[in-house]
Design a binder for this molecule. Structure first.
Ligand code: ADP
Length: 312
């Protein structure tokens, strides 16, 4: 028997003439963190919604979604019971206070009041919000609201936590705190599926990622492995004018050992050989260049392109 929490095979979703998701397949292993990455309009949210039964996939004999063995098309309630959802918007009731918001949800799950009280106290402590128990939602910051929505998604102690852009718009401290909480939940064997467009988020917490682009799966794998297999180790950023000025001075061999990408006024020069980049930097003058290790964002831009697509 396999150890997959989620299986997606040949899944598509068409809105009128638009293929929002186009023949996507992947698996998510139980108790791991899986991240869907992609530019706006890539189809991440649509795919998530098909997984938890909020959107129907296109009908096709080849197409299949299973969440712990359940088909969201016909068994969405079973999936609802074993999962927690953090939607893109903080859909809290602004008129109620924090604990009232959580209590209402615990009733949806049929959790008895005494048990709900204990769980709510525990989750508020876990999210470091115990002192906000009686605060009105409208008095809270964006980061606090996000943490309450995550606490709400954990009320039923889910096997699977699904988060749509959990940290978008939050300041770095809150983002790091949320990452720590997600890492903790993973240690406790919760399966985590999230979408993000923050590359460092995916790199920090995901065991596996899928990069989506225009509805299709563009790349899949463990972040470190994807990096070593698909992109050079180092990159130098330099202004186009300066690059043009110095490139004539470089030897032919040096020129062959690099890959160039141009974005606006900046040239990105990629290489596995740090000495070659230093050669460019010495010629241009250090103050005109910035050499660093490549990151997931460089890979992402290599795959999806440096130009904004029509959806953005
Ligand atoms: P992402 O989450 O990657 O930003 P989405 O899944 O939200 O992408 O959207 C993928 C594409 O599907 C976009 O072009 C979007 O406009 C379109 N889309 C999403 N939901 C609907 C809908 N309910 N009706 C029509 N088009 C939609």
């Amino acid at each position: 028997m396999n150890n997959n929490a989620i299986e997606i095979e040949n899944v598509s979703k068409t809105y009128k003439n638009l293929k929002a998701v186009n023949d996507v397949s992947f698996q998510i292993e139980d108790a791991t963190c899986f991240c869907l990455l992609g530019p706006n309009g890539a189809g991440k949210t649509t795919l998530m919604k098909m997984i938890y039964g909020r959107a129907l996939r296109d009908v096709s004999p080849k197409s299949k979604i299973r969440v712990y063995g359940y088909d969201p098309q016909t068994e969405a309630l079973m999936i609802k019971h074993l999962s927690g959802i953090v939607p893109q918007e903080n859909n809290l009731d602004e008129e109620l206070n924090v604990s009232e918001n959580l209590k209402i949800y615990s009733k949806f799950y049929g959790i008895p009041s005494a048990e709900a009280e204990k769980t709510i106290s525990f989750l508020l402590e876990f999210m470091e919000l115990s002192d906000k128990k009686n605060a009105r939602i409208r008095e809270l910051s964006g980061g606090m609201k996000r943490r309450i929505v995550i606490a709400r998604a954990l009320l039923n102690n889910p096997k699977l936590l699904i988060l749509d852009e959990p940290t978008t718009g939050l300041d770095p401290q809150v983002r790091h705190m949320i990452w720590d909480k997600l890492k903790h939940l993973k240690k406790e064997k919760t399966t985590i599926l999230l979408t993000t467009h923050y590359m460092d988020e995916a790199f920090q917490i995901a065991d596996n990622i899928v990069i989506m682009d225009k509805g299709k799966k563009a790349m899949e794998g463990a972040p470190h492995r994807l990096m070593t297999q698909n992109i050079e180790k180092y990159v130098m950023e330099i202004k186009t004018g300066i690059f043009e000025h110095i490139s004539g001075k470089m030897s032919e061999n040096t020129g062959q050992a690099i890959r160039k990408e141009i974005s606006g006024e900046t040239v990105f020069i990629y290489s596995n050989d740090l000495k070659i980049l230093s050669c460019y930097s010495d010629t241009a003058g250090e103050t005109h260049c910035y050499i660093r290790q490549t990151n997931l964002e460089d890979l992402f831009l290599k795959i999806t392109g440096r130009k904004l697509n029509e959806q953005q």
